[in-house]
Design a protein around this ligand. Structure first.
Ligand code: ADP
Ligand code: ADP
Length: 224
């Protein structure tokens, strides 16, 4: 069944009098359980594409519907809560809070959603750190972890609220090839466990191992 539906999506950024059409009419659907790599040259609109799917950006024209929810119908506040509960996001530069431990970072989405007691949140976060293979480093600060380990914490954080969709914006872009490969294996495992996964990558080899590859050029989907 369809999880993500983009219909006639355009995104125009305005900076003063300048306009830039980052997305120029994107129609695409992604089924539940798919693993999709998004590729394309720098500046082609890949991040914008992800951002309209996670509701970080709103389309200028067109509609994004995720699991039956049309994001345009949600206020900013509703969108933030919807995103917290339904989407896990992983970034190239991890974006962990440097003063919080791995456990505290991994619990953040649950704190935001006020889901369960503090104790339940930490238990869930600890479980997710075990899932990503970091059960022995829950008390480490980000600076005490390698790049690959920091990305594992970010994945545990993305899993916190048990979202159906995991989105990665160059999640392996800052990792060496061996670590990137481990991260990809982890994505494959999460996908096998039922998560829908969508990630941008510049790595042609990794993209080729995803079950579906969407190519974006100049704001349009030009190939699959
Ligand atoms: P990619 O991820 O493929 O590198 P992006 O989606 O980041 O591409 O950007 C697509 C185009 O939109 C680029 O030309 C970029 O400069 C422009 N753009 C992205 N975000 C903004 C913004 N917030 N304001 C103005 N222009 C933007
Ligand atoms: P890499 O060079 O591969 O990014 P690091 O040398 O940063 O890895 O880290 C190697 C290992 O040492 C990691 O498992 C990390 O958790 C641990 N480590 C690094 N810095 C610290 C620290 N300040 N305190 C405790 N453990 C650390």
């Amino acid at each position: 069944s369809t999880l993500i539906e983009l219909a006639g999506v355009e995104k125009v950024y305005r900076t003063g009098k300048l306009e830039y059409r980052a997305l120029r009419g994107v129609d695409l659907s992604i089924a539940r359980g798919e693993m999709v790599a998004v590729v394309g040259p720098s500046g082609s609109g890949k991040s914008t594409f992800l951002n309209v799917i996670t509701g970080i950006d709103r389309p200028t024209v067109g509609a994004v519907t995720i699991d039956g929810t049309c994001l345009d119908d949600l206020s900013e506040e509703e969108l933030a809560v919807w995103r917290g509960a339904n989407v896990g996001i992983v970034f190239q530069f991890f974006q962990l809070l440097p003063t919080l431990s791995a456990l505290e970072n991994a619990a953040l989405p649950l704190d935001f959603l006020r889901r369960g007691s503090k104790r339940d949140r930490f238990e869930q976060a600890r479980h997710n750190l075990e899932v990503v293979g970091l059960g022995d480093k829950v008390d480490h600060l980000p600076a005490e972890l390698s790049g690959g380990e920091q990305q594992r914490v970010a994945i545990a954080r993305a899993l916190a609220a048990d979202p159906g969709l995991i989105v990665g914006d160059e999640p392996t872009g800052n990792l060496d090839t061996v670590t990137a490969d481990e991260m990809f294996q982890l994505f494959l495992r999460l996908n096998r466990d039922g998560k829908t996964i969508l990630f941008v990558t510049h790595d042609r080899d990794l993209a080729a191992r995803a079950r579906r590859v969407v190519e974006i050029r100049d704001g349009r989907v030009v190939g699959e």
